[in-house]
Write a protein that binds this ligand. Structure first.
Ligand code: CP
Ligand code: NVA
Length: 301
């Protein structure tokens, strides 16, 4: 039987995603109570990083340790993958020795190829196109603060990037309306938009988009790999900062999220990051609990 992978949110059904989010909150409770729960004793997760990370590495590594398993940190600087060993060969070899593989890389095709040749579940820990693990944490966080996100209005402010694409998938699976507010030329993938035109609207005015929002989310102007475009993007994203004025357009009980790391003063003002409606720290912590639920789902069935 071929293993179950998690390359985008669409690898889960709507029901599986909802169940996983409920489980994430249960696992959080178990962890906070100090109860030892070790369903992955003796199991190993390989973590391949071709881009930097704080949250993703710490949450997967800590999660595996708490579950009684082990996580292996593999930087492309130190593995043969980084010296050109084919992805297909690396996938066969690494998956023959571990129970699951997590990959953070550039091309989404790399995780697809790895998954195709892997004998164990492969988890996408961010590609240029998608960041599904972050969405698990974001959706868990919304649910914990405000209940079901179904029927709510979520406003994505900024680049139509990997995070935005995963929000589009989440809108489809969890049945919420997504408004993407981005400068012209920074729209999300056209095919994905067309596929979800019933749930997603694109506007080029952040103020208009933010009206009556239940959740406002943003991300950096320049993602990893786009460092050369930083100066141009700062100019192009003028008017797309989430600040007190923009938050004032949203509903009274609207929340603010950011996957982090954040650049205060660029995509988000410093005051919004630290307001009580900002749930960015819970969102970061929930990476741990949501991914533990994901690991349990992929490895304990
Ligand atoms: N949000 C997120 O994925 O953070 P890291 O890049 O620190 O892993
Ligand atoms: N869009 C950002 C997310 C970082 C977690 C990036 O890809 O760099």
């Amino acid at each position: 039987m071929s293993p179950r992978h998690f390359l985008t949110l669409k690898d889960l059904t709507s029901d599986e995603l909802k169940q996983l989010l409920r489980r994430a909150s249960e696992l959080k409770k178990i962890h906070r109570e100090g109860t030892l729960f070790q369903p992955l004793k003796g199991r190993v997760l390989a973590m391949i990083f071709e881009k930097s990370s704080t949250r993703t590495r710490v949450s997967f590594e800590a999660g595996m340790a708490q579950f009684g398993g082990h996580a292996l940190f593999l930087s492309s600087r130190d593995t043969q993958l980084g010296r050109g060993e084919p992805v297909e060969d690396s996938a066969r070899v690494i998956s023959s020795m571990v129970d699951a593989v997590m990959i953070r890389t550039f091309d989404h095709e790399t995780v697809e190829t790895f998954a195709k040749y892997s004998s164990v579940p492969v988890i996408n820990a961010l590609t240029d196109d998608y960041h599904p693990c972050q969405l698990l944490a974001d959706m868990q966080t919304y649910q914990e603060h405000r209940g079901s996100i179904e029927g709510k209005k979520v406003v994505w402010v900024g680049d139509g990037n990997n995070m935005c694409h995963s929000y589009i998938n989440a809108a489809a699976l969890l049945n919420f309306q997504l408004v993407v507010a981005c400068p012209a030329g920074y729209e999300p993938n056209a095919e994905l938009l067309a596929e979800h035109s019933d749930r997603v609207t694109v506007l080029h005015d952040a103020q208009e988009a933010a009206q009556n929002a239940d959740l406002i989310v943003t991300d950096v102007f320049a993602s990893m790999g786009q460092e050369d475009e930083q100066d141009q993007r700062v100019k192009d994203f003028d008017g797309f900062q989430v600040n007190a004025n923009l938050m004032a357009q949203a509903n009274q009980d609207a929340l603010f999220m950011h996957c982090l790391p954040a650049h205060r003063g660029e995509e988000v003002s410093a005051d919004v990051m630290d307001r009580s409606d900002s749930v960015v720290w819970d969102e970061a912590e929930n990476r741990l609990h949501a991914q533990k639920a994901l690991l349990e789902f992929l490895l304990c069935r």
